[in-house]
Design a protein around this ligand. Structure first.
Ligand code: UDP
Ligand code: MN
Length: 265
């Protein structure tokens, strides 16, 4: 197995499992040759787990980790994000030599296997503070040593935003200045906020989008009908629903067998 590479996502609730399923389907739709792995926590329901096992090559149970840093999370306005510390467990996937982590609220629009040409830690700038990387899409190298160092860093310094992104940015603190090849183009992590903050750039470059990130409190799975998304993001929300519903028959669990897709290796 060593040498194998994988896309990895995380879901700690049944709602985020809806997102995770779309991540896997959109990767397969665009013909990835890499493995697709989900990390889930024990509270995910059996029905959601089975649905994920249908579309992922591997579904791995991990322990919940929570920063419980309510002060910083309230500054961020996202009290629910302490649980994103669970993401750090992706460094334990040492059966893979290199991985690309994708948040469960991302949607892949084309083949992005070229991301595996990049090294740890590669990520795109965060739209809110571009000297920080956004931790919704990143390239990393699984390593128990790095995992231990990350846990140690978390217990010593916590996270400046209470979530995984603050922790990862203070751990990989030279990202903004060190090596431009570790800066992914923004089109690999295109979030709705760019539409509001720089609409002309979105109009100029938006059609090159490769991965959409539904960053923020509103998620596509909560948005059917009464969406707060702009017209420009609405097209991607529709695409998300199309990807979700195409394999989901009425209220039945997701039943698309993954054998129908060409499995890697
Ligand atoms: N996540 C999860 N359960 C939660 C919150 C977050 O599984 O209750 C995972 C999921 O993979 C999610 C990621 O952590 O995509 C980061 O959280 P989110 O995407 O909500 O943060 P944002 O990108 O909006 O800052
Ligand atoms: Mn996200």
């Amino acid at each position: 197995m060593s040498g194998a590479e994988a896309f990895v996502t995380l879901a700690t609730t049944d709602s985020y499992c809806m997102g995770a399923a779309v991540v896997a389907r959109s990767l397969r739709r665009h013909g990835t040759t890499r493995h697709i792995v989900a990390m889930i926590t024990p509270n995910v329901s059996e029905q959601s787990r089975l649905a994920l096992e249908d579309v992922f090559d591997e579904v791995i149970a991990v322990d919940v980790m929570d920063s419980e840093d309510y002060h910083h999370l309230s500054l961020l306005g996202r009290p629910e994000l302490g649980i994103t510390f669970t993401k750090i467990h992706c460094w334990t996937l040492t059966q893979y030599s290199k991985c690309v982590f994708l948040d469960a609220d991302t949607l892949v629009l084309c083949n992005v296997d070229e991301l595996f040409d990049r090294d740890e830690l590669s990520a795109a700038p965060d739209p809110g503070w571009p000297d920080c990387f956004n931790s919704g899409v990143f390239v990393f190298r699984p390593s128990l040593h790095t995992h231990t160092r990350l846990l140690d860093h978390a217990s010593r310094h916590g996270s400046f935003d209470g979530g995984d992104q603050g922790l990862l940015n203070s751990f990989f603190s030279s990202w903004s200045v060190e090596d431009l090849s570790k800066h992914l183009p923004f089109v690999y992590n295109l979030s709705a906020s760019s539409v509001y903050s720089y609409l002309p750039a979105f109009q100029q470059f938006g059609h090159n989008a490769k991965i959409i990130h539904f960053l923020g409190a509103d998620k596509p799975w909560n948005s059917q009908g009464n969406s707060s998304y702009s017209h420009n993001m609405e097209q991607f929300v529709s695409l998300w629903w199309k990807e979700y519903l195409i394999h989901t028959v009425s209220s039945a669990p997701v039943v698309q067998p993954k054998q129908e897709q060409k499995k890697p290796q």
